[in-house]
Design a protein around this ligand. Structure first.
Ligand SMILES: [Zn+2]
Length: 205
């Protein structure tokens, strides 16, 4: 059964629930035609955009962070990833929420590269966050590996005015894991829920 059909069935079976549909689009700025085709297939209430891959040396093959770290210097992988995020938010307008800006940090190769030092990438993160804020998007607080509070602070300082929460669960039992802590962190940084549970969280001032 297709995704949209499954959503319709769930709405029929649980009419007391409000069930939103959503998509996460990977690298939408590189695949405009394919993305338009998917989005044209139906109505999607929330569309996230994200970056998962970068080119390997040589440029004709792509890899996710674990593969990238095998072939490129670790700090360079993070810099290249965050720089590409700035391009993603500038070049594509099909999504409203930027997902997991901290994606490469999940796979940081501590054994070979030592502990991850977020402050070494402050300039790159601030640049990408500013571009995301200026494009009018919300920032997802992913709880799979909890978002670093410093990135949320930078988001606010660079003009970000909304956040969403995502658990990147991949299995039902993990849906919404870590949301309590993530919500507390968002509140501590001046974000508040809207009138409805599914609204974006906006900033207080
Ligand atoms: Zn993703």
């Amino acid at each position: 059964m297709g995704y949209l059909e499954a959503i319709e069935e769930c709405r029929d079976r649980f009419p007391e629930l409000r069930i939103l549909s959503g998509l996460e689009m990977g690298e939408p700025h590189w695949h405009a035609a394919a993305i338009a085709k998917v989005l044209g297939a139906g109505r999607f209430d929330r569309v996230l955009g994200s970056l998962h891959c970068l080119p390997l040396p040589g440029g004709d093959r792509f890899a996710e962070p674990p593969g990238l770290y095998e072939h490129r210097e670790a700090t360079e992988v993070v810099r290249a990833y965050v720089s590409e995020v700035a391009k993603l938010v500038s070049e594509s307008d099909v999504f409203s929420v930027l997902a997991h800006i901290d994606y490469p940090i999940r796979y940081w190769p501590q054994q070979t590269a030592g502990p991850f030092e977020l402050s070494a990438f402050e300039e790159e993160f601030r640049f990408a966050l500013r571009a995301t804020a200026q494009s009018g998007r919300a920032l997802e607080i992913s709880t799979r590996i909890p978002l670093h509070a410093t990135i949320l602070r930078w988001w606010r300082e660079e003009g970000g005015d909304a956040v969403t929460f995502g658990s990147d669960a991949h299995e039902p039992s993990a849906i919404a894991r870590g949301f309590r802590e993530a919500a507390q962190m968002a509140e501590a940084h001046g974000f508040r829920p809207g009138p409805n549970p599914y609204d974006l969280w906006g900033r207080l001032n």
